[in-house]
Design a protein around this ligand. Structure first.
Ligand code: HEM
Length: 335
């Protein structure tokens, strides 16, 4: 009797093992998971990656407080054109003009900081950390530096793209002259809604602009020698002093006057007072829903919460995962 139950248990065990082995065999191939928190730590590919990014960024921002705005804009221009794949970091090679050469990208800056982070990381984790992740982390760390805590989460695991074409830029980055419908269409093509559009436009609470991006609002806007009627007249006069007609192409003005270095809600106060610098900023008041959101984001808590959510969404646009793409050795060139 004992012997029989011993055999039945052994048989059951065997049957279970065979079934388990079979199940293992028929398991579908592993699909790349999406972006995850702390990819390089979780996968053990480069435990120090995020710490190293933060270290270099902090060293740099301490000496140059304009870096947050620069890196945030580069990250945005990366994500909106062919996804967050670091295609914006690639240099023109031979006759193949890269995204960097497109007009809206000529005023980008901060590339040398990404190079420096990459060089430091390569020394300890050779070809393990993507330039796309470095850019996303560096933008967050640079903007967050004055707050001594991260303002938004950055998921990681992006791979770098192998293609960067000047021709991909047109139509994917809204111009400062865009109206609301154009802004909404371009954002919605990236999976971003009106909340994201308004929150992310709030990035203009830091940084500067060249006169050329808005000076047509100041002079002869409607053909009667006047300024854009949707621009606060006193603010238009203030801007005219900084950007005479014609202005030097090198002149820049703070987008959020008196507070260009601090990430806060002043941008929304300015837009509400018709002091948004670009037509695209003013356009946020021309739609009832977005005008409401502009008012809601006067509250720091509402803006910061939505900005963090929208950055997560923006950072996930068309990312390359798993075996797609590569990890560049040098962020400026494909391998
Ligand atoms: C909504 C559509 C947008 C338009 C039309 C737009 C347009 C512009 C323009 C024309 C400039 C000035 C460039 C120059 O002359 O140097 C600028 C600067 C800037 N933009 Fe935007 N932008 C938009 C959305 C965004 C988004 C979504 C972000 C980031 C999340 C962003 C971040 C910045 C930053 C930080 C700067 C300042 C850069 C610096 O100081 O170097 N922008 N933007």
């Amino acid at each position: 009797m004992k012997m029989r139950s011993f055999f039945s248990i052994t048989l059951l065990l065997l049957a279970f093992l065979v079934a388990a082995a079979g199940a293992k065999k028929s398991k579908p191939p592993v699909k790349p998971v999406g972006l995850i928190p702390d990819y390089y730590k979780v996968t053990g590919t480069c435990k120090q990656a995020e710490k190293l990014v933060k270290q270099v960024v902090q060293e740099k921002v301490r000496n140059d407080s304009t870096l947050g705005a620069k890196l945030l804009r580069v990250h945005y221009h990366d994500c909106f054109v062919k996804g967050c794949d670091a295609s914006i970091l690639l240099n023109t090679v031979g006759t193949n003009q890269s995204e960097k050469d497109a007009r809206p990208n000529l005023s980008l800056g901060g590339f040398e900081v990404i190079d420096e982070i990459k060089t430091r990381i390569e020394k300890v984790c050779t070809q393990r950390v993507s330039c796309a992740d470095i850019l996303a982390l560096a933008a967050r760390d640079a903007v967050s530096f004055p707050f001594k805590k991260p303002l938004w989460d950055v998921l990681t695991g992006r791979k770098d793209g192998r293609v960067s074409l000047i021709s991909n830029v047109n139509g994917n980055l809204p111009s400062p002259f865009s109206d609301f419908a154009t802004l909404q269409t371009i954002f919605s093509n990236k999976g971003l809604d009106i909340n994201d559009l308004v929150a992310l436009s709030g990035a203009h609470t830091i940084g500067v602009s060249h006169c050329g991006a808005f000076s047509r609002r100041l002079y002869n806007f409607t053909g009667k020698g006047d300024a854009d009627p949707s621009l606060d007249p006193a603010y238009a006069e203030f801007l005219k002093k900084q950007c005479p007609n014609p202005a030097s192409p090198a002149t820049v003005v703070g987008m959020d006057p008196n507070s260009t270095l601090s990430f806060d809600t002043h941008y929304f106060t300015a837009v509400k007072k018709h002091q948004g610098l670009f037509q695209s900023d003013a356009a946020l008041l021309t739609n009832a829903t977005s005008a409401d959101i502009v008012r809601r984001f006067q509250s720091r808590d509402s803006f910061f919460k939505q900005f963090a959510k929208s950055m997560l969404k923006m950072g996930a646009i068309d990312v390359l995962l798993g075996d797609a793409g590569e990890i560049r050795k040098d962020c400026r060139f494909v391998n």
